[in-house]
Design a protein around this ligand. Structure first.
Ligand code: GCU
Length: 693
């Protein structure tokens, strides 16, 4: 029964933030005039109204009362804008949490930050008030934290409503239209605000004809989505097609250096910001997997991105330009083309040419969101560019939300990875300063200081549990928390999620969910493609094993197994030279068989099945052992769940049980196909004589 209060400077100005009714202005017609100041003000008022509603909601659920800010509240949320207010509205930063004699004050100079501070208190629960006196400042490590939805407006004949979506349909669209009822979108924004995410791209990076029109004809509908996200401080971004000037504007070309094209984009951007004054910007997949781009006009990616950057700059907008560019029509006979090299080959030479509001968005690995890949060398190759790390929360290659796979530990490894080893940058000696991490690069703390933030592909759909597998919610949670603070400990983040998801649950349930998820990423790695080789999935939908499925395809995802050995030689000495894209020490570490880590061995080297790993096992015996162990671990996951399923609501119990049953079936299938493949190729039997087919 705490007493809660909200204070904002508008209180004195008579703006009724103390009522729980939504700011009516928000539901009014789209403004035709705006300034940055008034648009940010609109967002601010929406978020303040939300905060006020959150306080009401909390007291209704847990007792207590909302009181005036002068009434000695136990918790005071105080908006305290910087004085004088900056000319440009700043990115929401952080909040201050002060606890004195059991009373808590959260202060921020931006309503969205105050909202994040509120959720911090919610996360802590009673502990927020019980601890010793404190004065803490909490700020996200990275200013840009974004989720990308690969949602289609139309149901795509192959990909469905959500490309690589494993949680039902889209929360935004239903069969060709923006949903009439967007209340779920606001609830989603609430989930995101609770973990500090404040930007969402609402449509697929593969922009088909129907989706392209979100930029023009459908703007009023986009504005409705933006209005549904806005109350929780989440800004809307759109994926756009580079060919829009032709397909939507009727121009003869989309050449980024053509003046008419530039004007078309500038006008288009003006209209977008008129419809959605706090719009975030554009996401672009260009010259990638069939999407149009600057190459067709003899231009490069800097030309393309900068043209869009110029169009959005007057509005303070961003262009997220994806670096996922490679030849997807490769001839498998061509041994000189290495897909892993492509992003670096295309983008590193462009460093320094991108405008300040372009963010080059780089997948965490050089290939495609595999369970294990080295970290992309592009992240460290562009010190004069704002580079963002792109992760995949949706589990395309990690079990598609049928397998319980907690990705927090995988992302944490990536974020903590040190591109220059123990050195602070390319020109520093190992003891020349704190080692720079990927998280530093993404947040502008690396050489060059040009952070582009963190983005990820969302795993959410209209499924009743949001993520298909109820336990996959842990990934959405962990993404937000790690994007906010990459130094967080993934098992601790998992426990936060468990405590918030199963409040008041018996210790037995909490321990079981923890045990099921904590090591699950590694478990998945054990029973799928071994030693960093990747893929081996069914082509097309990418679920389940198919060792040679991609071997003779145009996609550039090969393992090169023959009777003697397996793996891709990416060395400078005898292979594709990919190791040379890394700075020291990694270019040497990966080049040499002696120092290449076991888990990435087959990514970098082609070796005989009898090659002995650092672990002391041969490659082939490692494959047998890991695959049998992986299945045993899944068996234990199933048993752990059976012990506690009765402690959760029936629908959750049933859904998790069904998914675990499928995970076990699929893991057995993976084990048997992969072990059989290696046995048939190598003729080397399992030392332990287990059943191989
Ligand atoms: C993967 C995925 C595609 C997606 C692409 C991308 O290749 O399978 O569905 O479009 O990544 O990131 O653009």
């Amino acid at each position: 029964s705490r007493r809660l209060a909200l204070r904002s400077p508008d209180d004195e100005a008579g703006v009724p933030v103390g009522s729980s009714s939504r700011d009516r202005q928000l539901e009014g017609p789209i403004a035709t005039e705006h300034t940055d100041r008034s648009s940010s003000r609109r967002t601010d008022r929406a978020v303040l109204a939300t905060l006020s509603a959150e306080l009401d909601r909390a007291t209704r659920a847990h007792g207590g009362a909302v009181v005036g800010h002068d009434d000695e509240p136990d918790l005071l949320l105080a908006l305290d804008p910087a004085d004088p207010a900056p000319a440009e509205p700043a990115e929401p930063a952080g909040y201050r949490l002060l606890r004195a004699a059991g009373r808590v004050t959260v202060t921020a100079d931006h309503p969205t930050s105050l909202l994040h501070g509120w959720f911090h208190v919610v996360r802590l629960g009673a502990v927020a008030f019980d601890g010793p006196d404190t004065d803490e400042h909490h700020a996200p490590v990275s200013a840009l934290r974004m989720l990308d939805h690969w949602d289609n407006v139309d149901v795509h004949p192959v990909m469905g409503q959500v490309e690589r979506g494993y949680a039902g349909g889209s929360i935004f669209y239903d069969a060709g239209h923006v949903r009439a009822d967007l209340s779920r979108v606001t609830t989603y924004a609430r989930l995101l605000a609770a973990v500090g995410i404040d930007r969402v791209a609402i449509n697929n990076v593969n922009v088909a004809a129907r989706e392209a029109r979100l930029l023009t004809d459908d703007l009023p509908e986009v504005a409705r989505i933006a209005a549904a996200l806005r109350p929780y401080g989440v800004r809307t971004h759109l994926s756009v097609s580079f060919a829009s000037p032709v397909t939507l504007g009727g121009l003869p070309t989309s050449d980024p250096l053509d003046p008419a094209v530039r004007t078309w984009w500038r006008d288009a951007a003006d209209v977008v910001w008129r419809a959605v004054p706090d719009f975030g910007g554009f996401v672009v997949k260009a010259d990638s997997e069939g999407q149009p781009g600057p190459f067709a006009h003899g231009r490069d990616h800097a030309d393309g991105a900068n043209m869009l950057a110029e169009a959005v700059a007057p509005h303070g907008g961003l262009v997220h330009w994806r670096a996922f560019v490679y030849n997807h029509t490769q001839d498998w006979r061509d041994r000189t083309t290495d897909r892993a090299r492509a992003a670096h080959d295309h983008f590193a030479p462009l460093d320094g040419r991108f405008a300040g509001n372009v963010v080059v968005q780089v997948k965490h690995g050089p290939v495609d969101f595999q369970v294990r890949e080295p970290v992309s060398p592009v992240l460290a190759a562009m010190p004069r560019t704002r580079v963002a790390l792109e992760l995949q929360v949706t589990q395309e290659y990690t079990g598609q939300q049928r397998h319980a796979v907690y990705l927090g530990p995988a992302w944490s490894e990536i974020l903590r990875w040190q591109p220059w080893g123990d050195a602070a940058g390319p020109d520093d000696a190992p003891d020349g300063g704190a080692p720079v991490t990927v998280a530093d690069l993404a947040s502008g703390r690396g050489p060059g200081g040009q952070g582009g933030g963190i983005a990820a592909v969302s795993n959410v759909g209209d499924d009743r549990f949001w993520t298909g597998h109820p336990l996959a919610q842990a990934n959405l949670y962990a993404f937000g928390r790690l994007a906010w603070d990459p130094a967080l400990d993934p098992p601790a983040v998992l426990d936060e999620w468990i405590d918030l998801t199963f409040p008041g649950a018996p210790a037995e349930l909490r321990a079981a969910v923890h045990a099921i998820l904590d090591e699950s990423w590694h478990t998945y790695e054990l029973y799928t493609a071994p030693l960093g080789i990747g893929f081996m999935v069914r082509p097309g939908h990418h679920y389940g094993p198919d060792v040679d499925g991609y071997e003779y395809t145009p996609w550039g995802t090969y393992h090169f197994a023959d009777r003697d050995g397996i793996g891709v030689d990416r060395t400078r000495a005898t292979g594709t030279g990919y190791t040379g894209q890394y700075p020291a020490p990694w270019r040497e570490v990966y080049e040499s068989l002696d120092s290449c880590p076991d888990e990435l061995l087959l990514f970098f080297h082609h070796v005989p099945y009898t090659h002995v790993l650092h672990s002391g096992k041969t490659v082939v015996q490692h494959v047998y052992d890991t695959h049998f162990e992986g299945v045993e671990r899944v068996e234990r996951m199933v048993e752990r769940w059976e012990d506690v399923a009765g402690l959760v609501p029936d629908d959750v119990a049933r859904r998790v049980s069904d998914r675990l049953t499928e995970q076990r079936r699929s893991a057995v299938e993976w084990r048997d196909q992969v072990t059989t493949y290696f046995w048939r190729k190598s003729g080397i039997p399992d030392e332990q004589g287990r059943t191989i087919y």
